[in-house]
Every structure is written in C-alpha cells, then in structure tokens.
Design a protein around this ligand. Structure first.
Ligand code: MEV
Length: 326
C-alpha cells in the first residue's frame, strides 16, 4: 500500500491573467488531499473508494493513470481522502492529481519526481479546463511554499522550471520560481469559503470569450500582471501593508472582469475593515476569498457572521509527500 499527499493552494496575485502568461504568486495551504493505492486482488478493474472507476467522472485521474500506469498493469484500488473542499478555488483537483502522481511513481518503483508530477498534473488540468490552464495550481501543490510564475526568468528568485502550452491558439510560456518569504509575526492569512461551487473551466472560458469579443479588455490582464509584480516585490520586502493593498487592487480588476460573485463580495466586504487586504482567490464564480490580516480572529468572526466558513491557514506548507509505503 502506498499513500501520498499534496497541499491545496491559494492565489495571492494573478489568477486568470496567469493563463495568458502574466506574472502571479500562489502559496500552499494547510489543507491537503491524500491518495492511497492498493493492488486490487478481487476485481479485474480499477476502483475508487469501493466503486468501479469511471473516467468520465474523474478526468484528472484517468489522464494520469493513462500516462503513468503501473508496470505490471495490475488494477489498483484508489482511496481519496482530504480536507480541501471541492470546486472552492483552493486547488483540490491539482492536489489530487499531484498526490496520485506521487503514489504511482512509488508503485512503479521510481524515485519521487516533482517535475513529472507537476507537469502531468498540469496537462490533466488543461484537459479538464478546455485546454486553458496555467501550471500555477499544480506546481504549487507539487513543490509547496511560495511559487511565482513570470514571463521572464527572475534572477533574484530561485528558478524551478519553464513550462509552455498552447492556450487559445497562442503559445504561452511560464517561468516558475520559488523564494523564502518571511511573514512578520502576527500577520495571518484567513480563507473564507462561500460554500458555493465555482467551475474553473466555466470561469476560464468566460474570460477567454470576454477578451475574444472585446480584445481591448486584455489591458485588464496586463494590469493584474503589473499589480502582481508589485505585490510580489512587497512580500519580498516584508511590507505587508503594501501586499494587502495590492491584493485589494487585484480584486477590483478581477471583479471588473466579471469573475467575482455576490457571495464573494459579501464576504470580502465583511473582512475588509479588519484586514490589510482582501480578494477572491482561484477561478471565482463562488468558492473562496482570502484576507491578509493582523486580526485573524476578528476577520474569521466577520466572515462567519455573513454566513461564510472561515479558517486561518499556515504559509509554506510542504508540497508532495509520500506518507506510507508497505
Ligand atoms: C485557478 O485556480 C486559477 C486560474 O488562473 C486558472 C489557471 O491558472 O489555470 C483561474
């Protein structure tokens, strides 16, 4: 039996614009997904949590299974566990995909290969998102910590890898980096969940159609990119006030792109007075918002008063981990 886990993520800057190559920053969160794999002795087909595997219901798993099958082709029983709510903008499908890659690498007696886990999971995401996906969620889940995507190699960050993919007929290239961030004592990140499911593929398609019908709206994606650059620099300088300011500005542009929702706006309005900065996180249309705050208890209370579910997350959680091997 093999068990692997990978963290979810939240996006501090740059969702949607990153699909078109703009800079962005994400960090891993405390919530994780775990995958247990066991050889199937009684059934001659793969199963998930006791049920026959259905590739249509689990497109990410199908893609990864097809690209990283066990050498002996013996069917496996997959158990999925985890604390990342589905369709909430916290990267549950990326974490699931990365954890599955890690577990399959072990079953295949291969050494852990983070680059392969991140790349295959990115391709699985792209397939599930109509061909439009950045490598941000999957890389953050694989490597953990803070992950910066940029349109150029940033000399003063730790370079991880370069990834490219065709999006809407245009070749996009993302240079992935990480860095050690020191978060000042007393500053916390609060996540507020609307409880409303948001569909990443639908929201990504909505933005694609918007810029196709009104090409001048691409400026908004560039504005998000410029805000992301400023926010990343502020975080590296430890200037949390400026980080918060950039987060709130990023949210205003996301709202004008039409990817926020009334529920997200309600939670954001509630959290703003006690926070340094607030924004939606992930694809939007529901899902989660985040608040950078020096008053986490007060911020959590304000979000919950408005019907959201809120929690404080740690920064810098480890990426893909093998938890058990027998
Ligand atoms: C979803 O978590 C983030 C998006 O930018 C899509 C992507 O990067 O693939 C909306």
């Amino acid at each position: 039996m093999v068990k692997a886990s990978a963290p979810g993520k939240c996006i501090l800057f740059g969702e949607h614009a990153v699909v078109y190559g703009q800079p962005a920053l994400a960090c891993s969160i405390s919530q994780r997904m775990s995958i247990e794999l066991e050889r199937e002795d009684t059934f001659d087909s793969w199963r998930i949590d006791g049920r026959t595997f259905n590739g249509k219901k689990h497109p990410h798993i199908k893609y990864i299974r097809d690209h990283l099958p066990p050498h002996d082709e013996q069917p496996l029983h997959i158990r999925i566990r985890g604390t990342i709510p589905k369709a909430s903008g916290l990267g549950s499908s990326a974490a699931l995909s990365v954890a599955l890659c890690g577990a399959l690498q072990q079953i295949r007696d291969e050494p852990q290969n983070l680059q392969q886990a991140s790349e295959l999971s990115h391709q699985a995401e792209a397939q599930a998102q109509g061909g439009r996906a950045s490598p941000m969620d999957t890389a953050t889940s694989a490597y953990g910590g803070f992950v910066v995507l940029s349109d150029s190699i940033e000399e003063d960050l730790d370079f991880i890898e370069t990834r490219s993919m065709e999006v809407n007929g245009e070749r996009q290239e993302w240079h992935l980096h990480t860095f050690e961030a020191t978060i000042p004592e007393g500053t916390a990140l609060v996540i507020g969940n609307t409880g409303v499911h948001g569909s990443t593929s639908a929201m990504v398609l909505q933005v694609a159609e918007l810029i196709q019908n009104e090409p001048t709206r691409k400026v908004e994606l560039e504005t998000i990119g410029a805000i992301a650059r400023r926010g990343i620099q502020a975080l590296r300088n430890g200037d949390m006030k400026a980080v918060g300011q950039a987060m709130s500005e990023n949210h205003i542009v996301l709202r004008s792109l039409g990817v926020s929702s009334p529920d997200l706006e309600r939670l954001i309005r509630a959290a703003a007075p006690s926070s340094l900065g607030v924004k939606m996180t992930g694809a939007g249309g529901g899902g989660c918002m985040i608040a950078l705050t020096e008053n986490p208890e007060e911020t959590v209370g304000a979000i919950e008063m408005q019907g959201g579910r809120a929690f404080i997350t740690a920064f810098n959680e480890p990426g893909l981990q093998i938890e058990h091997l027998t």
